[in-house]
Design a protein around this ligand. Structure first.
Ligand code: SF4
Length: 373
């Protein structure tokens, strides 16, 4: 744990009412000012000649990076500082590597399959992070990031794979705990788990899901399965998204299938997950439509409502700002079903449009439009 300004201050002369209190030799007006700046790394501990050895040791220990970062051609592995995401944030998502044997008859086909694999989720594009080439005796012509097996094995990464799932998970937890809590340098290397071929995809999926949560920095697969990777990438994105920075999209009016003044209008908040779920449905509807996205600090509709980020006043103000009433002849706005309780409140504020309660789930939009629009 990093030391706070107050924890640092306790060791300084002013806290002990000792000689040199607030002497300003460190070029700060008081010991407290120095402590607060030191906690933020804005001054150096050596600037105070009266800092006791105990503080220096504690401070240096608190600044020690618990886990090293290893970089392979721009791919960062490790560098984690916490055991749990809610303590601060996770840094680098678990990397997914696939091991291929250059001498295998299907090598070229597998490279092609890996190259064509790409998924887009919440506006982020994902591919396989790394290809590890066994028996590599010539250059590999591929757009993917790759490394020879012998070079990979020379990296400061620790193979945490044990004989059984139980032992591997215990090993991962032990390594991460020792690295973070004790800052033990013997456990500071990022770790990977390798799946040998022959394990069925469901088993690999279950085990890999656990390892993504706790605490593999990298997973190495010897088989490649598009469905498995899509599932694991989805989980990984959820685990490694910083909850303190909600994914959000721009608040504006989005258009689908060339809408005109008579097209239907939906409304939601700017939480990215909701937006992309609704946007995908509207795109596939083949019906021209508008989607009004209100500013809500990236909160989902119910969260935004409870945090008073989505209120009738905000909705009315947003519509006015976008000039929607002048843009369309349509006089109905479909709101998310989760906000049904706000219908009257919204209606009182939004005079130009009739408020219609839509669906709770995005996948129900298609049926809703067929039956109601
Ligand atoms: Fe306090 Fe040390 Fe700065 Fe003097 S040099 S004011 S003792 S922190």
């Amino acid at each position: 744990m990093e030391l706070s300004g107050l924890q640092i201050f306790k060791y300084l002369p002013a806290a002990k009412k000792a000689e040199h209190t607030n002497c300003k030799l460190c070029k700060q007006p008081t010991c407290m000012a120095f402590a607060l700046k030191l906690a933020k790394n804005q001054v150096d501990i050596s600037d105070c000649p009266f800092a006791p050895e105990e503080l220096k040791e504690k401070f240096l220990h608190s600044r020690k990076q618990p886990q090293k970062t290893v970089e392979i051609d721009g791919l960062k592995i490790g560098g984690e500082n916490v055991l749990y995401r809610h303590e601060k944030t996770f840094i680098n998502p678990t990397a997914f590597a696939v091991e291929l044997d250059m001498h295998a008859p299907d090598f070229a086909d597998k490279i092609k399959r890996l190259e064509s694999f790409e998924i887009t989720r919440v506006n982020e594009k994902y591919k396989v992070d790394l290809v590890i080439i066994k028996n590599c005796d010539s250059d590999v012509s591929t757009s993917l990031r790759w490394i020879k097996e012998e070079d990979f094995l020379r990296l400061p990464l620790k193979n945490a794979t044990c004989e059984t799932f139980k032992l591997t998970k215990e090993n991962l937890i032990n390594i991460r705990t020792r690295a973070i809590k004790e800052k033990d340098e013997n456990f500071s290397e990022p770790v990977y788990v390798k799946f040998e071929s022959g394990i069925n995809a469901e088993e690999v999926c279950a085990q890999a899901s656990y390892y993504i949560c706790k605490y593999a920095n990298m997973l190495v697969f010897t088989d490649f399965d598009e469905a498995l990777f899509s599932t694991l990438i989805t989980l990984r994105q959820n685990i490694f998204t910083d909850p303190q920075k909600p994914l959000q999209v721009e608040a504006k009016i989005y258009e689908f299938n060339n809408p005109d003044e008579n097209s239907i209008i939906f409304m939601t908040t700017n939480f990215a997950l909701t937006f992309f779920a609704v946007a995908a449905e509207l795109e596939n509807l083949n019906v021209p439509s508008y989607l009004v996205v209100t500013p809500a600090d990236g909160m989902s509709v119910l969260t935004a409502w409870s945090a008073e980020k989505f209120t009738a006043k905000v909705a009315a103000k947003t519509l006015k700002k976008f000039g929607l009433a002048n843009k369309v002849k349509t006089r109905k706005i479909i709101i998310p079903g989760l906000l049904a309780h706000m219908k009257q409140e919204l209606q009182d504020e939004i005079e130009d449009f009739e408020i219609v309660v839509g669906t709770v789930e995005a996948y129900e939009i298609s049926d809703f439009v067929k039956n109601n629009c």
